[in-house]
Each structure stands twice: as structure tokens, then as C-alpha cells.
Design a protein around this ligand. Structure first.
Ligand code: CA
Length: 228
């Protein structure tokens, strides 16, 4: 099931009243919402909390919305961004799109318009590529079998790929060793069940080769979970 209404939306807006208004409207629609009130806090939140969509004010203290968007894109973060701005001219629109924003809403806007765009962009990203599995800066393409950690391509063996694909298909779910064995190695696997530990170790070495954050966590006595 598509979890449209549990999508996490990050609102980066320095006008407290407007931020609160947007937050309440989005929450009323069932979204999970977090708010940042300046550019730097927004950029940090965008990187750390992995929102499904960002509503981003252009004029922010510190880093501008435009610069924030540009920085996200240069690090490969493709989260949908809806830019809020009072600047309604062609040059500004072009600048916004050039910086990597997906959409553009001019203040003052009707909340219905904003909500419609939020829905449209969430739908687009959910339907965009069923072959692409993503978690944080990790992505796996089922059809091309390419794996990336940020910009870094990662080579995996066939079994490592299967294991990672299984974990990425169940983000934040604790998977028991039995589940992993059955789904990755098959019911008829007769070998040593330490095989999972061995392959998790291989995967971690490859996924963390540049000191990246650990994503495959051990749940002692149970199994593994893909989690920050
Ligand atoms: Ca502002």
C-alpha cells in the first residue's frame, strides 16, 4: 500500500505564523510534519530526517531557500522541493527551477493549491520508478542492478545484492534470521546459518567503505534491521 498520508514533510519557513499554518494544514491531511525556521537548520533536517517532500521558503535567514535546494541537489538528494516565494516573475521561476526545485508556489497562496501540489509530487515520486529502492543516501536499482551510496557506485556479488534488496524492501522492519534465510537463500538452504553474519559483514564493509553511517543494524538475538 502506498502510504501517502504518512509521508514526512519538512517545512522550512522563517515566518512563524505561516510555518505554523502550513504545519497544521499538512497535519490535518495526515502527514507527518517537521518545521525548520532557518536555512542551516533546514539543510541539516533535510539531510538527517530524510523527508518525502520539502516545502521551502525562498527568503530565509542564513542559507537562502535557493541555495539550500542547490546544495541538496549537488549531493544527490532528489527529494521533491516545492519553493514558496513572493517573487512571481519569469526570472525568479527560472532561477528556482535551475536550483533544482520541482515546483513553485507564489505567496499569498491558497492552502488547497499547496496541498494539491504536495499530493501531486508525492504521487509522482511514489510511482516514478518501482525498480528503485532507496533508504537515506543508499539506492538500489533492481533492473540495472546498480547500487549507490551517495555518488559512490558500489559493486556487489549476486548474493550480497539479494540480501541488500531484501533489507531495502523492508526498511525499519526488524527481519529475523529465519526470514532472511528463507527470502534470500531459500527454504532449502542447508548450510551454516552464520552465512547471514558473513554476508552482512561483507555488505557493511562495502557500504561503509568511506566511513559512511551504518545502515544495517544488528538486533541482538533476533536479526537485522535497516535503520539510521
Ligand atoms: Ca521568509
Amino acid at each position: 500500500m502506498a502510504k501517502k498520508n504518512t509521508a514526512h514533510i519538512l517545512v522550512i519557513e522563517d515566518e512563524a505564523k505561516l510555518a505554523q499554518f502550513i504545519e497544521l494544514e499538512l497535519k490535518y491531511e495526515g502527514y507527518q510534519v517537521s518545521v525548520a525556521s532557518d536555512g542551516l537548520a533546514g539543510l541539516t533536517a533535510a539531510r538527517e530526517s530524510e523527508p518525502n517532500l520539502i516545502v521551502l521558503d525562498w527568503m530565509l535567514p542564513g542559507i537562502s531557500g535557493l541555495e539550500l535546494c542547490r546544495r541538496l541537489r549537488t549531493t544527490g538528494n532528489m527529494v521533491p522541493v516545492i519553493l514558496l516565494t513572493a517573487k512571481d516573475d519569469v526570472k525568479s521561476r527560472v532561477a528556482g527551477l535551475d536550483a533544482g526545485a520541482d515546483d513553485y508556489v507564489v505567496k499569498p497562496f491558497s492552502v488547497e493549491e499547496l496541498l494539491a501540489r504536495v499530493r501531486a509530487h508525492l504521487r509522482r515520486t511514489q510511482e516514478e520508478d518501482p525498480e528503485l529502492l532507496q533508504f537515506g543516501d543508499l539506492s538500489l536499482n533492481r533492473s540495472t542492478r546498480e547500487i549507490f551510496r551517495g555518488d559512490r557506485a558500489i559493486e556487489l556479488t549476486a548474493k550480497e545484492f539479494d540480501l541488500l534488496e531484501y533489507l531495502l524492501s523492508h526498511p525499519r522492519q526488524v527481519l529475523t534470521r529465519d526470514q532472511i534465510l528463507e527470502n534470500v537463500w531459500g527454504y532449502d538452504f542447508m548450510g551454516d546459518s552464520n552465512i547471514i553474519e558473513v554476508y552482512v559483514r561483507y555488505l557493511r564493509l562495502k557500504l561503509e567503505a568511506n566511513q559512511e553511517k551504518r545502515l544495517i543494524q544488528t538486533v541482538r538475538g533476533v536479526g537485522y534491521v535497516l535503520r539510521d
